[in-house]
Design a binder for this molecule. Structure first.
Ligand SMILES: Cc1cc2nc3c(=O)[nH]c(=O)nc-3n(C[C@H](O)[C@H](O)[C@H](O)COP(=O)(O)OP(=O)(O)OC[C@H]3O[C@@H](n4cnc5c(N)ncnc54)[C@H](O)[C@@H]3O)c2cc1C
Length: 442
């Protein structure tokens, strides 16, 4: 039976029929669940609106021209080519009918299930200011990264062509909103590009004069890390030339810049790395959600009242020991694996065990030879942390080709300060209008 099933014919109802497991989302949770069901007596359909699995922790490298898109992603079909019980379907899921046990897809078809895993992750949240999205794009998908790369590289090109010193300075003013790992990585790398990569390539501007500001509303960057590592991260950022502004929230963003309280800061390029919200598909389940829109799941990761539906990864609100399980890749993989075990247990007539999160530690990179690592009692920063971060990320990338290409690219970048993916592609859809005469950059 193909994937064009209708609700009435979809599932493996009836004695002897092979149960149909539908997994929505080929990210860390969905893919690890799919792999965990290899060889199980089920028929799996993995649905994702993209055709690839993406290694999000290295997205900022694509946005800052260090790596190319295919280096950090791989086609789901290719990854799963050897797993006979899986069919991959490229489609967006628009709605869920939990009564009929069927999904409505964006190509107009319906897909039924016996068991459903929802693992559609998270998206950007602008804290009620959706109009900021046009001026401060976020980073979540490969499309976002390529758009951001074009914006960042074009800002230097526009500055080079700009005769007015005040406007030129605005093109060379960059701001990253949000001092979490993504904001820190972006700010550090951008400062490095301005100071090293672009050196002596321009004739009218000095790229090193670019100002890179990292804005964090809370009292410190990397709030998920212990305070001593946050302080070290800030010091390493400042050494790279990043201005770290903590303790004040951005109150507005437009095409000219942003406002910090009463103070206006001209910046033609603002990047949003501040808020995440759960994938809106969670609402289709019509069950209680937490403040971030995540599904409050039962201990075995199933949805209360719907034992046939599981939720995993960034979309699941899970608490352990009174603390929320963080929205990170290792947690998503562990949840995905757990759901696979739970489905296997039920097939054997056993009860699914509760999910247990194993905290493997926390890493963040800041720039060349600068990173912080937190393993609880063992904490370190600087060069050793950076090497550790680098090898961990190469190790966890999917596919031998990707590991090899990333390693080669990073070795080259390490010795030459060059970034291999600086080609500006696509239409210049940069909607940033020429700046209006205004206050000089502060
Ligand atoms: C820029 C960035 C940097 C990060 N850095 C780190 C890091 O350094 N370390 C770390 O541990 N974590 C990091 N994270 C977090 C980590 O990537 C997430 O916790 C993890 O990806 C969550 O996995 P997931 O499977 O829940 O969701 P995702 O990996 O986001 O996968 C969701 C999938 O669902 C698909 N999808 C969404 N909606 C639909 C729909 N309606 N229909 C069909 N398909 C849909 C998407 O295409 C996607 O493939 C980072 C995240 C980002 C964005």
């Amino acid at each position: 039976m193909g994937v064009m099933d209708t609700p009435s014919t979809h599932a493996g109802h009836g004695p002897g029929a092979t149960p149909h497991v539908v997994i929505v989302g080929g990210g860390f949770a969905g893919l690890w669940a799919t792999r965990g069901l290899a060889g199980a007596p089920v028929r799996i359909t993995l649905v994702d609106r993209g055709n690839h699995h993406l290694f999000q922790p290295l997205l900022y490298q694509v946005a800052t021209a260090g790596l190319s898109a295919p280096d950090i992603a791989a086609p789901l079909r290719h990854i799963l080519r050897g797993q006979r019980n899986v069919e991959v379907r490229m489609a967006g899921v628009e709605d869920i009918d939990t009564q009929a046990r069927a999904l409505r897809l964006d190509d107009g078809t319906t897909l039924g299930y016996d068991t459903l895993l929802l693992a559609t992750g998270a998206t950007h949240a602008y804290f009620g200011h959706d109009d900021w999205a046009a001026h401060a794009p976020g980073l979540k998908t490969l499309d976002d990264a390529l758009r951001l790369r074009r914006r960042l590289l074009c800002a230097f090109e526009r500055a080079e062509a700009e005769a007015d010193p005040q406007r030129r300075a605005a093109w060379l003013s960059f701001a990253i909103v949000g001092g979490g790992p993504t904001g820190v990585e972006l700010a550090g790398t951008l400062a490095e590009i301005a100071r090293h990569t672009l050196r002596s390539e321009f004739r009218n501007i000095d790229p090193a004069s670019a100002r890179v500001r990292l804005v964090e509303a809370g009292p410190r960057v990397l709030a998920a890390f212990p305070p001593d590592l946050s302080a070290k991260a800030q010091a390493q950022l400042e050494r790279l030339g990043v201005e770290v502004l903590t303790g004040t929230a951005v109150s507005s963003i437009d095409a000219e810049g942003f406002r910090l309280g009463e103070r206006f800061v001209p910046a033609r390029t603002v990047v949003w790395a501040a808020g995440v919200a759960a994938s809106p598909l969670a609402r289709a389940l019509d069950v209680p959600l937490d403040r971030a829109g995540r599904v409050r799941v039962a201990p075995d990761l199933s949805v209360p009242g719907h034992p046939e539906i599981f939720v995993a990864g960034d979309l699941a609100a899970v608490e352990q020991g009174g603390r929320p399980v963080p929205g990170v890749a290792p947690a998503a993989k562990q949840m995905g694996r757990h759901v696979a075990q739970a489905i296997r247990a039920r097939l054997q007539g056993r009860e699914a065990p509760p999910f247990r999160y194993r905290d493997l530690g926390n890493l963040a990179t800041i720039g060349r030879q600068a990173a912080v690592v937190d393993f609880g009692r063992l904490r370190f920063s600087g060069v050793i942390a950076w090497w550790f971060w680098l090898w961990a990320h190469v190790f966890f990338l999917i596919g031998f080709r990707n590991r090899l290409v990333v390693l080669l690219n990073w070795t080259w970048a390490y010795w030459t300060y060059q970034r291999g993916a600086r080609i500006i592609l696509g239409e210049d859809d940069d909607d940033r209008p020429p700046p209006a005469p205004g206050p000089a950059p502060s």
